[in-house]
Write a protein that binds this ligand. Structure first.
Ligand SMILES: NC(=O)c1ccc[n+]([C@@H]2O[C@H](COP(=O)([O-])OP(=O)(O)OC[C@H]3O[C@@H](n4cnc5c(N)ncnc54)[C@H](O)[C@@H]3O)[C@@H](O)[C@H]2O)c1
Length: 268
């Protein structure tokens, strides 16, 4: 396959929070599918490292420092990307944060910051890229929510659960608004993925208990998420609009450890 035959050749993608964890897997996968990638992160060194990995592998990428919770920085991120790479066709709202307090101990500033980054951030980024997508009559927005959006978070605070549930509402509403312009908006709901965030928030015991709840019996990887995001941006996903795709190894299917489920049943 020549570079121009690849599914996303000629497309420009912005991936937020792509300096570490899941965002790295998504940025690498989009680049592998032929897209030029603006690697955005509040952590400049992390963004630069992901962009270098893409360029070293023969792809096109640039690093942009931006805090997605700050509208001026988001506008600047999109301007820089359009000037350097010629447009924005794909936006992946991946940047997210989590804290772990109980509601009674949660400071208002902590609640607001999580909502700012996880929910207002995707709104600000989408608002900034939509005129560029509408002008081309083509666009793809993928919001990285969480399985916590559909139940609760086992490792993060109520602010996190609320922000991710809100993000699914935003996904559906925006998908409806912009579908006629050739812009598809969908979400993925990652299950447990060993990233710096997960390692910060879950000790060894929590990790063992959590993985026991995943029927596939393994951690989800950033590369798993990358492949699904590429699919959501591909021609094959053109009819998908406002969906929340669980990339979770089946962990939302049940509420008890799989091994415990099996002890209640005899295999013939
Ligand atoms: N790891 C999991 O198990 C898991 C599960 C469900 C959902 N998610 C979601 O996936 C996304 C990525 O999570 P992760 O585990 O890779 O996290 P991570 O903390 O490992 O990496 C997140 C990246 O986002 C960047 N970031 C943080 N705040 C930012 C801001 N304001 N502006 C720009 N960049 C910012 C960080 O610098 C970091 O590079 C998040 O939205 C998270 O909620 C993760």
């Amino acid at each position: 396959m020549t570079p121009s035959d690849r599914e996303l050749a000629g497309r420009v993608a912005v991936v937020t929070g792509a300096g570490a964890g899941i965002g790295v897997g998504i940025a690498l996968a989009l680049a592998d599918a032929g897209a030029a990638v603006a690697v955005a992160d509040i952590d400049e060194a992390g963004a630069a490292s992901t962009a270098s990995r893409i360029v070293d592998a023969g792809g096109q990428a640039m690093a942009v420092r931006a805090d997605v919770g700050d509208s001026a920085q988001v506008e600047a991120m999109v301007r820089t990307t359009v000037e350097a790479l010629g447009g924005v066709d794909i936006l992946v709202n991946n940047a997210g944060i989590a804290t772990t307090e109980l509601v009674e101990d949660l400071a208002e500033a902590q609640w607001r910051r999580v909502l700012d980054v996880n929910l207002t951030g995707p709104f600000l980024c989408a608002r900034a890229v939509l005129p560029h997508m509408r002008a081309k009559g083509w666009g793809r927005i993928v919001n990285v929510a969480s399985v916590a959006a559909k139940r609760i978070s086992f490792t993060a605070a109520a602010s996190y659960t609320a922000s991710k549930a809100g993000l699914l509402g935003f996904t559906r509403h925006l998908a409806y608004e912009v579908a006629p312009y050739g812009i598809n908006v969908n979400a993925i709901c990652p299950g447990p993925t060993l990233t710096p965030m997960y390692e910060r928030n879950a000790d060894e015991q929590t990790r063992r208990e959590r993985i026991a709840m995943v029927p596939k019996g393994r951690w989800i990887t950033p590369a798993d998420h990358g492949r699904v995001v590429v699919f959501l941006c591909s021609a094959g996903a053109d009819a998908l609009c406002g969906l929340a795709v669980d990339v979770d190894g089946g962990s939302l299917l049940g509420w008890m450890p799989w091994a415990h489920y099996m002890t209640k049943r005899k295999r013939k």
